[in-house]
Design a protein around this ligand. Structure first.
Ligand SMILES: *Cc1c(COP(=O)(O)O)cnc(C)c1O
Length: 440
């Protein structure tokens, strides 16, 4: 994008100037509309999501067998939803704002196996690929017990096949851990900024890690190129994968049953606001889609992005999607929020979200760290910086007078996307950064 094009966009959308200035903004999506027609336009159906959900149920006996931490949940990879009243109080005090509704936390930081939202889509895509191969080779039938996937004949088959992914970290962890467990030959292409502990953990599990001096998109591009040249290699495409999207979307039915169990109503009088940290868009997009299937117009979904990397915000505002990057507006894409340091959004996701998303907002790294320390102090919950991006959502929607956001009958669900895999020393550093910012 040249300077005059940029100037025209800013003139047309003055909010872009605030984005360039790295202010914490909220953008309301003017294309957000009727949920049913938005879903119909997407080309993805409730049956597609149910198919993904059924597949995860078929694999539950295998997951339970090879990941004993999932025994209590019978092999279903899910995280709790909890109320965080002390955090709500501290948050309200910090922003000098009342939050009359309920504040809930979706604890994907505690998802088993890989400790982040990527355990939804990433693991699902690997399982689906394994199932496809096993069916093709006549090793399994749909109605058999999938615990068989742990047997040597399956591992021998998968050892002849490769899986590859480009990742800044968490997707690599999910794909790597699951693929290696099944016996695949798995390669994770990582950017230079990926954390050392993630690379080490993957190598320990037998995953091949290839490092690139460039950023994330370069790692993805190179991974894709190598995989395309090899017919036995399945490349997990973070920007365009329908399977990833469907794996995330299964969260919708899970949330619906969890809220029901907890006696939390979602209807016209009791809106549900959901705040989802967004990188390339697949995770939050899939989850939002699944929630729309369950709650229709009564759920309002927002994507949260770092002020230095608001790629989905810019992509959706301009409608340019993957044809625009944060660099086009002079932003450096530097953030401590792993998984959110993405310069160009997924057009596949952005287009599907056009009629379904309420809006996007941004958050400064400093704020994420402050809130990281705050939730550790108030609720004793340790999250990684990205996972805090959703936390200013209630403040933002209330300040911007979103419908009933300030009502005591509203529920605000903050999606905490990761944290439990972060080593303690690393977490202590994060905590310290947030402490230093306090009292500013
Ligand atoms: C990947 C990730 C996200 C965002 O998911 P995308 O699919 O990249 O948009 C958010 N939080 C964490 C911790 C992540 O790892």
């Amino acid at each position: 994008m040249n300077q005059s094009e940029k100037a025209k966009w800013i003139e047309k959308m003055p909010l872009l100037q605030e984005i360039i200035d790295k202010r914490e903004i909220l953008w309301q999506n003017p294309s957000n509309g009727d949920s049913a027609s938005g879903i119909a336009q997407s080309g993805i159906t409730a049956a597609d999501v149910k198919d993904a959900s059924d597949r995860l149920k078929r694999f539950a006996s295998y997951i339970e067998k090879v990941f004993p931490e999932t025994i209590a949940a019978n092999g279903i990879i899910e995280s709790p939803i909890i109320s965080i009243p002390k955090m709500k109080q501290a948050l309200a005090a910090k922003y000098n704002s009342d939050i009359p509704g309920e504040l809930l936390l979706k604890q994907d930081n505690a998802l088993p196996i890989s400790g982040s939202i990527k355990a939804r889509g990433g693991i699902y895509e690997v399982l689906k690929h394994a199932e496809t191969l096993a069916l093709e080779h006549g090793l399994i039938k749909l109605d058999e017990d999938y615990a068989k996937f742990a047997e040597p004949e399956f591992r021998n088959l998968f050892a002849k096949h490769k899986i590859a992914v480009g990742s800044t970290g968490n997707l690599g962890l999910s794909i790597g851990i699951m693929s290696a467990k099944l016996g695949f030959n798995v390669t994770v292409h990582m950017s230079a900024d990926a954390k050392l502990w993630k690379k080490e953990l993957l190598r320990e599990k037998g995953v091949t890690v290839v490092e690139y001096a460039d950023d994330y998109s370069k790692a993805v591009e190179e991974g894709r190129r190598q995989a395309e040249a090899d017919p036995l290699c399945h490349f997990v495409d973070d920007e365009n994968s329908l399977d990833l999207f469907l794996g995330y979307a299964v969260a919708g039915e899970r949330v619906a049953s969890q809220l029901k169990e907890q006696g939390i109503m979602v209807n016209k009088e009791h809106p549900l606001y959901v705040y989802l940290p967004c990188g390339v868009g697949g995770g939050p997009g899939g989850v939002a889609f699944g929630l729309k299937l369950q709650f229709g117009d009564n759920v309002h979904c927002f994507f949260a992005e770092p002020t230095h990397s608001p790629c989905m915000t810019i992509g959706m505002m301009t409608g340019l999607h993957d044809k625009v990057s944060v660099a086009d507006f002079g932003l450096d894409n530097q953030t401590a929020a792993d998984g959110l340091a993405v310069g160009t959004p997924s057009a596949f996701v952005g287009k599907k979200m056009e009629p379904l998303l309420e809006g996007c907002y941004t958050i400064a790294d400093e704020t994420m760290f402050e809130l990281l320390t705050m939730i550790a102090d108030t609720e004793e919950i340790r999250l990684e910086p990205s996972a805090l991006a959703g936390m200013t959502g209630p403040i933002q929607t209330i300040r911007h007078d979103m419908p009933q956001a300030d009502s005591s009958s509203a529920t605000h669900l903050v999606w905490a996307t990761g944290g439990s895999m972060v080593p303690e020393n690393e977490m202590n550093i994060y905590y310290g950064i947030g402490k230093g910012n306090n009292g500013k």
